[in-house]
Design a protein around this ligand. Structure first.
Ligand code: PMV
Length: 325
């Protein structure tokens, strides 16, 4: 039977940066994110005894080559976990701004995991789904839950203790996350490749590992206390440290463009003027600005005045996986 699931993207406040096991997607550090309400993926899966390979359609177009193989590889894991033997039709639609560079493997693999398990006639706990989604894309492990979510790195070699846990529900700490677009270009160094190169070659990676647990513990205290200022300071600091590791890689690389820096400078300028806002950046040049609801409009107005900003997408804290049939 055809089953459909929806999963939302997430933005990490404490970054996942580096794997200890490439095959199982086991991270070197724990991470923490906010699930976003605005951007999500809807995926339908139907297993079909007549198929001789998995079929994959993304945004109404048939996908072949590497991308299809990745999905097939992931579905192989689903088949191993469920005893399902048939191939599947997979239909995925990304509800993210067209070509805005916000398309996310996090929402994609989280929705795929949920729909595929249902289509195979099984019921997985959220923890089991998180472990499975992790093996499509690490950050997908966190999109299983809404609200504030921690991905605990775990210790076991088989990855059975490396999964997300909810920290706060969607309605427990209301915030705005402004997705600030400065370019719609595709990123040059994919996160998978960027992490690998950094772990293997950057002397700064050691500094990242030494301090990330401290950042995580401190931000959890701030989140539980609804201490926006402390949370903001920690998340910005953590993002800067992650990006600093890439500068020490061999060969070095950088996700920022001059436009990225302009937005970062504007955010710190806003703070000097008393408007509390903090930035974070993933493996690309666009910026996410975290702001309290009461200051959201004022911050949007100011950021809109920056010439390099092409679009601002305001988001709120979003829900976890939902099923549509
Ligand atoms: O799971 P991936 O391959 O999308 O990697 C995510 C890496 C960062 O976005 C930079 C950090 C994170 O925790 O989401």
């Amino acid at each position: 039977m055809k089953k459909t699931a929806r999963a939302h993207t997430n933005i990490a406040l404490i970054k996942y940066w580096g794997k200890r096991d490439e095959q199982l997607f086991l991270p070197t550090n724990s991470s923490l994110s906010i699930t976003l309400d605005r951007f999500y993926t809807e995926t339908s899966v139907e297993f079909d005894a007549n198929l001789t390979a998995d079929r994959f359609r993304l945004d109404h177009a048939v996908i072949e080559g590497k991308e299809r193989e990745k999905v097939q590889h992931f579905l192989d894991k689903v088949r191993r976990a469920t005893g399902e033997t048939r191939f599947a039709h997979v239909e995925s639609v990304n509800h993210v701004p067209t070509a805005a560079g916000f398309a996310s493997s996090a929402s994609g693999y989280s929705a795929l995991a949920a729909a595929a398990i249902k289509a195979a006639g099984q019921t997985f706990t959220e923890k089991e789904l998180s472990i499975l989604a992790r093996q499509g894309s690490g950050s997908a492990s966190r999109s299983v839950y809404g609200g504030f979510v921690e991905w605990q790195k775990g210790q076991l070699p088989d990855g059975s203790d490396s999964h997300a846990i909810p920290i706060l529900n969607q309605d427990e700490f209301d915030l705005a996350v402004l997705s600030v677009e400065v370019t719609t270009e595709k990123k040059k160094v994919l996160s998978r490749e960027g992490m690998k190169r950094t772990v293997e070659t950057s002397p700064f990676y050691e500094g990242w590992l030494k301090t990330v647990d401290r950042d995580l513990a401190a931000i959890k205290t701030a989140i539980h206390a609804r201490d926006f200022r402390s949370m903001g300071e920690i998340l910005e600091y953590n993002a800067l440290k992650m990006h600093a590791t890439t500068l020490g890689a061999d060969p070095p690389f950088m996700y920022w463009q001059s436009a990225t820096l302009k937005v970062m400078e504007a955010v710190s300028q806003l703070r000097e003027e008393g408007l509390l806002a903090y930035f974070t950046i993933d493996a690309g040049p666009n910026v996410k600005v975290i702001v309290e609801i009461e200051n959201e409009q004022a911050v949007i107005e100011r950021l809109n005045q920056i010439d390099v900003v092409s679009e601002i997408y305001p988001c709120r804290v979003g829900p976890g996986i939902t099923y549509l049939d």
